[in-house]
Design a protein around this ligand. Structure first.
Ligand code: FMN
Length: 215
């Protein structure tokens, strides 16, 4: 082999090696960034969950770590979804105070509306908030607290207050206001909240049971 051919070969291998090195370094950087982003997203989701939990039940009403005292619940009929959901138990010392859990209103104008409900040991709602929805801005989105106070009216209500026939929008003979030009969204939310109360009533003992000690 001539000197020129050998030099050319060395240069080719050198370039290929450099390319491979860049590919490896690039790959490691992308993977690292992805892992960091994923962690940040999880932390943001936890922070957002914590703040919604606080809106449904003020932090001064309980002393335990809500996010660590959970049970899994599943009831497609009453919770509006096939998937298992997480319920958060609030306690003062050993005494149960309330349980907070998500429910799905599957019959919103644009599909699922995810709600978080809080229910105290007496079966009274401590609050309800929307976790996410795809309802129409200016119509169905009045279920959000930044758009209206409508969702706040559930705090203090229970299965018997108002009586069952009143758990409807006014247009259907109930006590809850519908929105101007939007009845489907509030109907869906009212139904889901009432079903959450029925779920609590059915599973009260399990929901309020002491946490299982993990060794
Ligand atoms: C483009 C468009 C978007 C709408 N978005 C909503 C909505 O988000 N929530 C809602 O309740 N109704 C929405 N409506 C109105 C419903 O179609 C319906 O007319 C209204 O809720 C009254 O329902 P009712 O006749 O059963 O009382 C929307 C209508 C249109 C045309």
């Amino acid at each position: 082999m001539s000197d020129t051919a050998a030099t050319l070969r060395r240069q080719m291998f050198g370039s290929a090696g450099l390319l491979a090195l860049f590919a490896i370094v690039g790959g490691v950087l992308v993977a690292g960034t992805e892992a960091l982003t994923r962690e940040r997203i999880i932390e943001q989701q936890r922070a957002s969950l914590r703040s919604t939990l606080t809106e449904v039940l003020p932090a001064e009403r309980y002393t335990n770590a809500l996010l660590d005292d959970t049970i899994r619940i599943r009831d497609p009929d009453l919770l509006g979804t096939d998937e298992p959901l997480t319920a958060y138990r609030a306690r003062r010392g050993a005494e149960p105070v309330a349980v907070l859990f998500p429910v799905v209103a599957p019959d919103g104008y644009s599909g699922d509306i995810r709600l978080l409900v809080g229910i105290d040991t007496h079966g009274t709602l401590t609050g309800v908030r929307v976790l996410n929805h795809r309802e129409t801005p200016g119509l169905g989105d009045a279920i959000e607290t930044r758009r209206s106070d409508w969702i706040r009216q559930f705090a203090g209500l229970s299965l018997g207050e108002p009586p069952p026939r009143q758990w409807k929008v006014r247009k259907d003979g109930g006590q809850f206001d519908q929105f101007a030009g939007a009845t489907i969204t509030p109907r869906a939310v009212i139904k889901a909240v009432r079903q959450a109360l029925v779920f609590f009533d059915t599973h009260r003992d399990t929901l309020l049971a002491p946490p299982v000690d993990t060794p």
